[in-house]
Design a protein around this ligand. Sequence first.
Ligand SMILES: Cc1ncc(COP(=O)(O)O)c(C=O)c1O
Ligand SMILES: N[C@@H](CCOP(=O)(O)O)C(=O)O
Length: 462
Amino acid sequence: MRYISTRGTAPILTFEEAMLTGLARDGGLYVPETIPQLSRADIAAMAGQSYEDVAFTVMRPFIGDTFTDAEFRDLIAKAYAGFGHASRAPLKELAPNHFLLELFHGPTLAFKDFAMQLIGQMFQLALGRKGERVTIVGATSGDTGSAAIEAFRGLDNVDVVILYPHGRVSEVQRRQMTTPSESNVHALAVDGDFDDCQARLKDMFNDFEFRDGVKLAGVNSINWGRVLAQVVYYFTSAVSLGAPDRKVSFTVPTGNFGDIFAGYIAKKMGLPIEQLIVATNQNDILHRCLSGEGYHKSTVHPSISPSMDIQVSSNFERALFDAYDRDGGAVAQLMAELGQGGFDVSQGAAQALSEHYSSGRASEEETSNTITQTLKNSAELLCPHSAIGVKVAEELRDPATPMITLATAHPAKFPDAVQAATGIRPPLPPRMADLYDRPERLTRVPNDLEALKTQIKGLIAQ
Ligand SMILES: Cc1ncc(COP(=O)(O)O)c(C=O)c1O
Ligand SMILES: N[C@@H](CCOP(=O)(O)O)C(=O)O
């Protein structure tokens, strides 16, 4: 399996190289050259299998000879051993034919753990045998950062530096990033929003002297391994509702487009998916674009679903690459226009996108009302991101087809919004009960590339 860049001019890499490289050297994102296919029989055989067995079947064709089968099975087993639910990603029926896929039973209570726990294992084995050390820099609106710090804390071959927008993550998210005491993990509070953090991260990857000097690696969904690990739960959930003999639909609370793109990959691999619905909050650039308005940046307005306060949605580039018939030059041109504020999507590409994705948005009030109503009608306490998914799914779903809405975080990560909607303050699980008492360690930094580079070099030299 070979990996190519969405901008067409970076070197072609193996899975291991793409995983350890992060952003392609032409500024693009790595994608598999071809998408492996699973037959109906392969998918039918997943019924009754463990999450780990399905994970092996789904991901194995993408990893080439990076790991042996035995190694890969072992990495998968270790990655999910710490999850707090035997089925890893349980489904609950919310309403007739509308199901919630709970993706928050991992160590940091958000769906990011599914990929990050595995990436942590894969990095450790790959770097250990090469005898290399890397510097992982990540940008987060709250959940990727906490999942990365949890997955890599204390590991030998990595330093991890996470950039988060100062004052724009929940207190639980911040504390998950700032309270681990291991000396290889660091949280930097940037004076800016998530898009600024992600832009500075990409600037660092595009600064080859810095990139090569610190051996920069990335664990945002820039990294193909992140997307790949998220493909698995589309299969486990669809099969448990009757796939491949029955079509299912998914609604995905969306920000950086990684999670929904994983659903698209599942569909391309052969999973019969009817609708893939993008659900956004008030920062609705993806919904506007998928509604034919072009991709034009506006100001990010902080919301009660802070993890989705994103305007520059990194993985949309991967979707555009396919929609433009894998023309890297065309994608490079669009991304240059995005740097100037935005771009219009050609008619052909818009048609291609609409064949796979539809979209909706939820306002702040609708999000809060959905949390209130879902508790009343289904006795389920939703986090605000999951509530956006439920609201949009109810609006757009075909009642004849099972709808699976992804519940991307535990309500206890966003207690203020949940309490405001329901009067209930969801408690943290017992293993995190002292989170508010642990000492915090963070550094406040300006939204400035040179200042960030100096800070990071200083941290990794310690
Ligand atoms: C809780 C939560 N829900 C949804 C999302 C959106 O996921 P994605 O960025 O993969 O679209 C994120 C992060 O972006 C998140 O942290
Ligand atoms: N919501 C994310 C934003 C970063 O997304 P990623 O999937 O590219 O890591 C977060 O919680 O940080």
